[in-house]
Structures are given as C-alpha cells and as structure tokens.
Design a protein around this ligand. Structure first.
Ligand code: ATP
Ligand code: VIB
Length: 260
C-alpha cells in the first residue's frame, strides 16, 4: 500500500505573531458570522489577507468591534475594521450597516435568490473562487462565531466544513475550535499550549470509523472503532505538543481555547 501523505495542523493564528519557521505556512481568510465575536477576533483579522462578513456578521463587526476597544472612538474602530466583502442573502444586515460599509468601498454580494445554502456556504464559495489560479492547499479559512449559538446554525456550519472537505476551514468560538481531518491523509497536529488545550475531542462525522489510531492523547485510540451512538472521543486530553491521527473516515478535531 502507498504511504499516505502527512498533513500538518497548527493553531498559530491564535498567536500574536506567527513564527516564520512554522509549518505549514498558510494564507488566511476570515469569515465573520452573525454570532458573538470571539474576543481574539482582532488577532484573526490581523493575520487574514481577506475578510468577509456573512450577512448579519457585518452587524457584529459594526456593533462589537468597538466594544473590544472601549478606550477608542467607536467610529475610528469601525473604519479600521472594514470588511473586504459582505455576502449573503441580506436578510439580517441592518440598513445603516450596509450603507456604512458600502460608503467605505466594501464589495457587497447579494445572493437573496439563493435560499438553499447558508450565508457561510456562500462566503466559502466566494473564497474558493477568489483568484482562481491560486493553489488553495496553502489557504486556511477561519470562521469566527461559528459555535455556541442556535443549534441549526451550528450544524449548518459543521456541514459546510464537510461539504468543502478539500479546503482547510477552522470553526471558532471563544471556547473552542473545530476542523476536519480528512481520511485521505495522516495528520500531525502541533498543539499551541499557550493558547489551546488540554481538552479535546475526535468525532466521526458522516459515517462510522472502523479504525482510528492516535498518539499524544490521554485516551489514545488504537485501531479503535468510533461511531455516533457508540464510542466517540469527548473530554480527551492532549498530553504534549504533538498529536497524530489516522483514520479510515473523516474525523472532526476539536480542542479547547484557553481563557488567558
Ligand atoms: N446563533 C448562531 N450560531 C452559529 N452560527 C450562526 C448563528 N447565527 C448565525 N450564524 C452564522 O452566521 C451566518 C449569517 O447569519 P445570519 O443571521 O445573517 O443568517 P440567516 O440565514 O439570515 O439566519 P436566519 O436563519 O436567522 O434567517 C449564518 O449562515 C450562520 O453560518
Ligand atoms: C430542506 C430545507 N430546509 C431549510 C431551507 C431553508 N434555508 C436553508 S439555507 C437558507 C438561507 C439562509 O440564509 C434557508 C432559508 C431549505 N432551503 N431547504
């Protein structure tokens, strides 16, 4: 059998500066959803080359970014955090917010005719089709405000990372982050112990896993079967700075984010 390719993962986007030697060296795009902005959103914003708001996500940037800089003038903060694109079905963004960012030159993409895909899906499509010649294997899409709200939205957000399984997409809230480990690769996860862990989970998504194997966890899997309704790995603990995962089915990786 051919050896499977290794995929590296690291949450270095949660660090104030991303070390140059870090593998993989990624380009980040940020999508802001219509849900409480994580407190570290300004950091994600700084690391990202492209920033999109999914419909009502623009209200969050408009309303909540100034709250993260209470000592500064709100309108200064709003002008500094100008999204490149607002895309969605436009049923949640407020008129004043739309007018404000339109006047600053933000690109507005109105997809109100599409009531079958979520606003996050629409934003990921935009990023995927942006710069068509560009190799997307070095691209990582950070999604702020993806968890901890309405359950149908949370499941919709998880469905987006499964739908676009060949893209690196990270769902983030104040408390945790989630991404997909495709079965097509072996995975090496570098743990940023200053900002994440130790609680983590591995969840088979879409179909049962007949065999998953890990290293670096307190409760490692050893050729273990996992399925919904049977065993899934929750409340696991990372024991060091490296976790490896290999499975015959796609798994969700989740790890807690430290409150600093
Ligand atoms: N409570 C929430 N929890 C998690 N994600 C959310 C939540 N609310 C919105 N989102 C995300 O933000 C995106 C934009 O939200 P927005 O409220 O504009 O969407 P919507 O489709 O108009 O919602 P609704 O179902 O309320 O009409 C959604 O596509 C979803 O990905
Ligand atoms: C089976 C089914 N369930 C729900 C919706 C509704 N819906 C899904 S995504 C979306 C857009 C949200 O901005 C809406 C309204 C649908 N179309 N099909």
């Amino acid at each position: 059998m051919l050896a499977m390719d290794l995929m590296h993962h690291s949450s270095s986007f949660l660090l104030p500066t991303i070390p140059q030697h870090h593998r993989p060296s990624l380009t980040y795009a940020l999508v802001l959803l219509n849900q409480n902005l994580p407190r570290f959103t300004p950091l994600l914003w700084k690391h990202a080359q492209l920033r999109l708001c999914a419909d009502g996500g623009a209200n969050r940037v408009y309303d909540e970014m100034p709250l993260l800089f209470p000592q500064e003038d709100a309108s200064d903060v709003r002008r500094r955090y100008k999204p490149d694109v607002i895309k969605g079905d436009m049923d949640s963004i407020r008129r004043e917010v739309l007018d404000f960012y339109t006047s600053l030159g933000t690109e507005i993409v109105d997809k109100s005719h599409d009531q079958d895909t979520t606003d996050l899906h629409k934003c990921v499509t935009y990023i995927r089709d942006f710069a068509p010649g560009l190799d997307k294997s070095d691209l990582c899409i950070l999604v702020a405000g993806a968890l901890g709200g309405r359950f149908d939205h949370e499941m919709g957000n998880l469905n987006v990372i499964c739908h676009f399984s060949s893209l690196r997409i990270v769902l983030l809230s104040d408390d945790s982050l989630i991404y997909l480990l495709p079965r097509t690769h072996r995975h090496e996860i570098h743990i940023q112990t200053s900002v994440e862990g130790p609680h983590c989970g591995l969840i088979p998504i879409g179909m049962p896993s007949r065999s998953s194997t890990t290293t670096g966890l307190q409760w490692d899997l050893n050729n273990t079967e996992m399925k919904f309704g049977g065993l899934i790995s929750t409340s696991n603990i990372v024991t060091g700075e490296k976790v490896t995962v290999q499975s015959d089915s796609d798994l969700l990786w989740t790890i807690s984010i430290k409150k600093l």
